[in-house]
Design a protein around this ligand. Structure first.
Ligand code: HEM
Length: 495
């Protein structure tokens, strides 16, 4: 009995000692990061998270302030005071993206993995190199240009739905669900030749994503999501948030499995003729030696990855593009002028890949939106070679740095992209909405043509204005979309 008491006492003392060491001693007296300047920790359990998650403009604003105050390398405190680096320094980023990519791995993120699977986005090292090499050919110019007609067709459905609302006398429209369903339907077709039809019918996959991405970012949701990385059992607590999350993950996985099986069945009868990404991947896979092939589970995970990476990002970007254009009517008019010139008959908006990419001002508007509101404002990594230090690459801080963009860095000005002197300091290491290097976005060409077709047709057909009294913020979690929703006053362009 005595021995047991002694053992328990030592155990409890050990745990208390370890907690004190991790939270109070390591971060401030031993960690190699302790001397790097940065904001003081606000709380031993939540570090600086409160400031990061409560500010109305979202996760990246406090970090911008810190960069201004402490410089391009800032140390702040994560959960349990964990020292975390925030980096807005192009030279360091160059080392991380171009030379030592595989020394910087993505930190474990239980919730994101459950939604996106361990596809290309979360694969690491040799596994990533093999998958990327095999997938690159599916994203070449000749394949992506074939996708334009599908983007036009789905945008036409969206246009019809908005037109109906306006004709029924409703001018203030919540565009968030429309745009989210539009981009889901688009990735369904170009990704898998699959008609989700979520714009025109109820769809369980759209509802699943809605339940994960469109609920308010309550403290409990954020806490569960963060704690699940340390204690996976947190997801088993029977609260509504967990039930909805697990239900959504089950649907996403089931649909992805079904899509893989259907394509495999089709592939039994020879080479797949579809130009969708999944058909291209299955065809490429067949030609590879066994050791380079991706297996069935990996393929299912690629589908989960494409579904989320290819749908939420383009949705967020299009939402902010419309919001910014509504707030800047002059820029909206300039864009419309360009579109009217290129498509004098608005009922005949049917651009090819090259035609939409040749529109100069549309290109500027897209770039400027991705500069001010990148869907991934920070890129997270862990340095394997250095105490597993968590690192946040400050994409949005670089995008708003006055050293790079001049005194108007935080102003919306699509025209800056036409003035060589305004962008003379811009490189792919300080403007990187798609990141770069071996882990840069594989779908950037797909995304750009999709967003431009969507914006092009919408601005050619409608005028968007802010709704008086509706205050739109940037959501903090899980993705930086407009909150409470993208509501705009919409009217029809007559000719
Ligand atoms: C505006 C739209 C988009 C933006 C801003 C964007 C941005 C990014 C960024 C920043 C990364 C790197 C993330 C990291 O390494 O932590 C990434 C990776 C990735 N994106 Fe995109 N993306 C967009 C659209 C798409 C689309 C349409 C697809 C698919 C069709 C896609 C598929 C992927 C995949 C598979 C990866 C992982 C690449 C790898 O690690 O090799 N993305 N994206």
């Amino acid at each position: 009995m005595m021995n047991l008491t002694l053992f328990v006492s030592f155990f409890v003392l050990g745990v208390i000692g370890w907690v004190i060491y991790k939270i109070f001693i390591w971060p401030f007296y031993i960690s190699p990061l302790r001397k790097i300047p940065g904001p003081p920790s606000e709380n031993p359990i939540t570090g600086n998270f409160k400031e990061l998650t409560t500010e109305e403009s979202g996760f990246s604003e406090p970090q911008h302030r810190w960069v201004k105050k402490y410089g391009n390398i800032v140390k702040y405190h994560g959960l349990f005071n964990e020292p975390t680096l925030y980096i807005a320094d192009s030279k360091i980023i160059q080392g991380m993206t171009l030379s030592n990519t595989y020394n910087f791995v993505k930190p474990f993120n239980a919730s994101a993995l459950a939604i996106a699977g361990i596809g290309l986005f979360f694969a690491e090292g040799e596994n990533h190199r093999r998958q990327r090499k095999m997938m690159n050919p599916a994203f070449t110019y000749s394949n992506v240009k074939e996708m334009a007609p599908a983007f036009v067709r789905i945008t036409l459905i969206l246009k019809g739905l908005i037109e109906n609302e306006v004709k029924l006398g409703k001018s203030n429209i919540n565009l968030s669900p429309y745009l989210s369903k539009t981009t889901l339907d688009m990735i369904g077709i170009v990704g898998f030749s699959y008609e989700f039809n979520s714009l025109t019918s109820s769809n369980e996959l759209a509802a699943a994503y809605e339940s994960v991405f469109n609920l308010p970012a309550s403290n409990l949701r954020i806490a569960i999501s963060l704690l699940a990385n340390y204690v996976p059992l947190v997801r088993q607590i029977p609260v509504d948030i967990n039930k909805k999350f697990k239900n959504a993950c089950a649907i996403i996985e089931r649909v992805s499995k079904k899509l893989t099986e259907e394509k495999y069945n089709e592939a039994k009868y020879g080479e797949l003729k579809g130009k969708d990404l999944l058909s291209l991947l299955i065809n490429i896979n067949k030609t590879l030696p066994d050791e380079e092939k991706i297996n069935d589970t990996e393929l299912k995970h690629q589908i989960m990855t494409f579904l989320i990476a290819g749908h939420e990002t383009t949705n967020v970007t299009t939402c902010w593009a419309l919001h910014l254009l509504a707030q800047h009517p002059h820029e909206q008019d300039l864009l419309r002028e360009e579109l009217v010139k290129a498509f004098p008959d608005k009922s005949n908006f049917n651009p090819t890949y090259d035609e939409i990419n040749s529109l100069e001002y549309l290109n500027c508007v897209t770039k400027e939106t991705l500069r001010l509101n990148p869907p991934l404002p920070t890129i997270t990594r862990t340095n394997l070679k250095d105490e597993n230090t968590p690192i946040f690459i400050g994409v949005s801080a670089l995008h708003k740095s006055t050293e790079i963009w001049g005194p108007t860095a935080d102003k919306y000005n699509p025209k800056r992209w036409l003035d060589p002197s305004s962008i003379k300091d811009v490189t792919n290491l300080n403007y990187m909405p798609f990141f770069n290097g071996a882990r840069g976005c594989i779908g950037s060409k797909v995304a750009l043509v999709e967003i431009k077709i969507l914006l092009g047709m919408l601005i050619r057909n409608f005028v968007f204005q802010p709704i008086e009294g509706l205050h739109i913020r940037r959501k903090v979690f899980p993705t930086p979309k407009p909150e409470p929703y993208l509501g705009l006053a919409v009217s029809i362009v007559e000719s």
